[in-house]
Design a binder for this molecule. Structure first.
Ligand SMILES: Nc1ncnc2c1ncn2[C@@H]1O[C@H](COP(=O)(O)OP(=O)(O)OP(=O)(O)O)[C@@H](O)[C@H]1O
Ligand SMILES: [Mg+2]
Length: 368
């Protein structure tokens, strides 16, 4: 309870008031104005003292001797703050980092890993530093598609048994790969400590690359969403069938609700007749425009092509094994359009609080 400043009515016994020495008191017989003025002047005194102490501390810290001033220490402190040029705020350095592109889908098996590995190869051919991160901790397969056999994977790193340099592989097709785990753990099982370790791996990779491709699991599990929310751009891979389309819409809706500035584009895979991909995309675009107020970008379609399935180890991605075929040409077109919608698809400066790592850390607090 606050102490009452009010004096009992008519209790003013100060003779000065009645003799007219403090005429304003006649209008304030209980002394409210006087007390308020007193409190104000004491507050001002305390503020001045605080300003002075802060100044002296700063001067001591910076090794600067307090300058003599005709204004006196108080005047110098206040006016120095207003007009002084000595205290220029330190320039905020903006780190450079890779553009991060997550490859997502609603339904499983739509062709994310197939597209991610082929995109990685093509971007690497453009002299960009590209790392593909296989964010599947349970049934990772990108190492098979890129023809490498990892000894240790992300699962080892997250268990504290390996460092990033132990697991990072340069593949025969060019891009670097961070292999995911195989049957070891689900991303959903990660502890907060492991999520933080993963965030710092992403940060390290982002600062060393031009493009970071994140092949995430299908669906809207919290940890999948976390990677999608952290990425700069989300490429949703779908198929013309209605189940894949409905699930693609669910991913976009969830992601857009949690991050208003998320950017999405769509690839329609396994298309049976040319042009069917765009018709499929238009349906998805219409629904998301109407219900989520998100504008989707169309990256293109990939035909159904039995030759893309890598049936033996060391079989190269289709953009290398059949570079002039319809499927490889379609993926070339997708890369071009991605470079038009995500400008620049290269390393760029970012605000320190908007890095891939900081976004991952931040979103993890809401999805925990
Ligand atoms: N355009 C295509 N034509 C024919 N087969 C394809 C095509 N795209 C992908 N596939 C095949 O579909 C299967 C699933 O592809 P992929 O593993 O890339 O899907 P995914 O979305 O990564 O699956 P998951 O959700 O399990 O991670 C693979 O056997 C792949 O070879
Ligand atoms: Mg996959």
């Amino acid at each position: 309870m606050g102490r009452s400043l009010a004096a009992p009515a008519g209790s003013c016994t100060n003779p000065c008031v009645h003799r007219g020495r403090f005429p304003w008191r006649r209008a304030d017989p209980q002394g409210y104005l006087e007390r308020e003025a007193d409190v104000r002047s004491r507050t001002a005194r305390v503020e001045l003292q605080m300003v002075k102490r802060t100044e002296t501390r700063e001067e001591l810290r910076s090794g600067r001797a307090p300058a003599k001033s005709a204004l006196g220490p108080r005047g110098r402190g206040l006016l120095g703050r207003l007009f002084g040029s000595e205290r220029v705020p330190p320039a905020i350095s903006r780190p450079k980092e890779a553009v991060s592109v997550a490859i997502a889908s609603g339904k499983g098996g739509t062709g994310k890993s197939f597209l991610a590995t082929n995109l990685a190869v093509l971007l690497n051919q453009q002299m960009l530093r590209v790392t593909l991160v296989d964010c599947d901790f349970g049934l990772a397969c990108n190492h098979l598609l890129l023809g490498v056999t990892p000894k240790q994977t992300l699962s080892h790193l997250l268990a504290g048994q390996a460092q990033l340099e132990d697991i990072l592989l340069t593949t025969p097709s060019g891009p670097q790969l961070v292999p995911g785990g195989s049957g070891i753990m689900q991303m959903a099982d990660l502890t907060d400590r492991q999520l933080l370790a993963f965030a710092s791996v992403l940060g390290e990779l982002a600062s060393a690359n031009d493009v970071l491709l994140l092949d995430v699991g299908a669906g809207i599990a919290p940890q999948v969403m976390l990677t999608l929310l952290a990425a700069d751009h989300v490429v949703v891979v779908t198929q013309p069938e209605i189940a894949a389309l409905t699930d693609a819409y669910a991913v976009i809706k969830c992601c857009a609700r949690l991050r208003a500035d998320a950017r999405f584009s769509v690839v329609v895979n396994r298309v049976l007749s040319p042009g069917h991909g765009e018709k499929t995309f238009e349906k998805l675009r219409e629904v998301t425009r109407r219900h989520v107020q998100v504008e989707l970008q169309y990256l293109g379609e990939i035909p159904e092509d039995s030759s893309v399935t890598q049936r033996r180890l060391n079989q190269k991605p289709v953009v290398l094994s059949d570079p002039d075929g319809a499927t490889a040409r379609a993926i070339h077109g997708i890369v071009q359009r991605l470079q038009q919608v995500e400008v620049p698809l290269a390393r760029r400066q970012v605000d320190p609080d908007a890095t891939l790592e900081s976004r991952f850390r931040e979103h993890r607090l809401f999805l925990g």
